[in-house]
Design a protein around this ligand. Sequence first.
Ligand SMILES: [Zn+2]
Length: 268
Amino acid sequence: MSAFTVLHPYLRQQLRAKHLFHAYIFSGSEAAEQAKALSAALECLKPREDGEACGSCHSCRNITLNVHPDVRWLEPQGAQHKVEAIRELVANAGLSRMAGAFKVYILNQAENITLEGANTLLKLLEEPVPNTVLILIAEQPDQLLPTIISRCQQFSFGAERAAAAPDAALTEAAFSFLSVLPQLPLYQVLQRARDYEKDRPGQSAFLFAMLECLHERAKGKNSLDWSRSAALAAADMLEESIDQLNRGMNQKLLMDVTYLHLRQICMQ
Ligand SMILES: [Zn+2]
């Protein structure tokens, strides 16, 4: 097991697709853990096949000990992040990297930034430095300047579900699968359960896309031909499955059970 928490599937997808944002806002109970896991995945010298950090290389160890030269964790000085500290951060971002592939800056309690500090930070957001990732951890992200929020991708971790929208193609794939599911013969349902057989993050992302789809249906926001109660029941079941998948449960067994259960629910 890696020393870091399992990355959120959307983040892992972004890593795999090499489509990272320059700036993120992380909130929720797992925000700090996810920030650490993302920086480790970016800096790891021997990343695993699924994109996660190995947890044991020199770089990972340094991140665990909080001494990686290219990963800076900033806490407020006193009650606030002062402008001097932010100026130093922005200047540092312009310098070349020490050892890692990326420079990562993590601002904890980012809502406690002075207005001057926030305006200084905006410069970095407006003119991002390549291979530099800024992660703002905020318990109350809505207290950040709107100009900052609009330049960051927002994620909420932990009890609350991800705030970011899943990939459009994946959403569509999830929608069409759920639409045909009531008519699919059992053997085809089981075939579909193997779609991501050797791709745990891909599977996780697809389950998330289905989950979003079912939530939208429950809110009456899409045209999925399922009853509202079936959509809600299936969403509960999927949340449980995603959790078990992320905790490393046998994927093949879990997906067989999940897909069959999903079909059973939609037939009710
Ligand atoms: Zn590593």
